[in-house]
Ligand binder design. Structure first.
Ligand code: PRP
Length: 183
């Protein structure tokens, strides 16, 4: 779905499909160079990371494995505790693998901080993070993101995997949701 198809629901376009495509190509070239001769395992976190995973994986001119995890925060939000429950674990064994976590957005950073520690304990040969978007609050948690796309304002953003009540994930771009939609 195009941003123009939901024009009445958004106040500002943050990233067009083209901008996202260009950035993912740029990140993919770096991954290809850094992992030359390897077959990295891309790990996505459902559901938001599906779009970035699909685009990153197809942009890479190398063999990769793809796996997904589904997680849920304990209690009302990850921000309360940072403790995450695994709903669906990886199929892959990480021991000796070069793992890249692929995320759509880092907001508080708690999901990634937890995930990185969890995956690190499984004995990968290396573990890095690729995240398309980052909000200002992410700076409060020290997560080292090697492949990073765009800083975005602290607004309610939707599209390219990001939802509001499960809608707008299928937008090709990223936009700020109009307050009347969630008011
Ligand atoms: C989003 C996003 C990240 C997480 C980032 O997932 O995909 O996984 O939040 O937030 P944090 O930095 O504050 O931890 P969400 O929990 O909304 O689930 P979804 O991907 O299924 O939409």
């Amino acid at each position: 779905m195009e941003l123009s198809d939901v024009q009445a629901d958004i106040t500002e376009v943050l990233l067009t499909e083209q901008q996202i495509h260009d950035k993912i190509a740029e990140l993919a070239r770096r991954v290809e160079a850094d992992y030359a001769g390897q077959r990295p395992l891309l790990v996505g976190v459902l559901k938001g990371a599906v779009m970035v995973m699909a685009d990153v994986a197809r942009e890479l001119k190398m063999h990769v494995d793809i796996d997904f995890m589904a997680v849920s925060s304990y209690g009302m939000s990850t921000e309360s505790s940072g403790v995450v429950r695994i709903l669906k674990d990886l199929d892959a064994d990480l021991s000796g693998r070069h793992v890249i976590i692929v995320e759509d957005i880092i907001d508080s950073g708690l999901t990634l901080a937890w995930l990185k520690a969890n995956l690190a304990s499984r004995g990968p040969a290396s573990l890095e993070i690729l995240a398309l978007l980052r909000k200002p609050d992410a700076a409060k948690v020290d997560v080292d993101v090697k492949y990073f796309g765009f800083d975005i304002p602290n607004a309610f953003v939707v599209g390219y995997g990001l939802d509001y009540a499960e809608r707008y994930r299928n937008l090709r771009g990223v936009a700020v949701l109009a307050p009347h939609v969630y008011a």
